[in-house]
Ligand binder design. Structure first.
Ligand code: F6R
Length: 241
């Protein structure tokens, strides 16, 4: 796994944004899949700056949502869809018909999974580029420890660590139990994978992802043998490497 270490989170965000912009310029029409969560927010802001300065047209590609908390919709502050629209799709002026995201309020999760798989099929049958964060338990999207490498989409009971971390996203207590998202095996089919982690609190899980043998207990490590994967870190997240 290629490792790119930046001095601080701002520099990491600029590097990630440049890498994404370069891919989009070279591969218009691609299907992109970006994580929500806190880590990529500054990279989204940098990417929008690159668009504003004419270096990339973010509407020249298509987007698929990575995941959502089952039971939460866009009106809930901290839902993945709220974060993605407010921090990226809307400020980047992405046309509505270039985006398909999971509806966490759906009544039929199987139909919702199929709706996302259909979108992937309509765009060449696989995701081209994915930007992923890493959870404190090594999860990617909602692919929790021991979920393996499922293709297509998943509905999954959330790991205790994911539930324990979740209050940081919400402005009121929300009892999240399940997630819906793209499976790790589907993500691994992407042409290019970019992992991003910043902060000393991620140093231990980054070490397990990068240095330890791949293990189902650390989902991010299962991507390590992908032919085009890079992990972008700041010095704090890289401090145990
Ligand atoms: C969210 C997602 C999650 C996060 C991970 C890290 O869409 O895919 O896997 O990337 O939990 O979250 P942060 O960035 O908040 O530390």
């Amino acid at each position: 796994m290629k490792t790119v270490i930046s001095r601080d989170p701002s520099e990491a965000a600029r590097s990630v944004a440049r890498s994404i912009a370069e891919f989009i310029v070279q591969n218009p029409g691609s299907l992109m899949c970006f994580a929500a969560g806190d880590t990529p927010l500054s990279a989204f802001a940098e990417l929008i700056k690159l668009q504003d300065s004419g270096e990339v047209d973010l509407s020249s590609v298509f987007y698929v949502g990575l995941d959502e908390w089952v039971g939460l919709g866009r009106e809930t502050r901290g839902s993945c869809v709220q974060v993605m629209f407010d921090s990226f799709y809307d400020p980047a002026h992405i046309p509505a018909d270039h985006v398909r995201v999971f509806d966490g309020l759906c009544v039929d999760t199987e139909a919702e999974k199929a709706r996302i798989v259909d979108w992937i099929q309509e765009h060449g049958g696989k995701i081209d580029f994915t930007l992923l964060g890493i959870g404190m338990n090594g999860h990617i999207g909602f692919n929790e420890p021991y979920a393996g490498l499922p293709e297509g989409c998943i509905v999954i009971g959330l790991d205790d660590t994911t539930k324990a971390v979740s209050p940081k996203y919400f402005d009121r207590p929300l009892p999240v139990e399940r997630g819906i998202g793209v499976g790790a095996g589907e993500l691994k089919k992407a042409r290019k994978i970019l992992l991003m982690a910043t902060g000393a609190h991620k140093a231990d899980i980054v070490r397990k992802t990068v240095l330890d043998a791949p293990s189902p207990s650390v989902p991010a490590s299962l991507l390590a043998d992908h032919p085009d994967i890079a992990i972008y870190l700041d010095e704090a997240a890289a401090s145990s490497l």
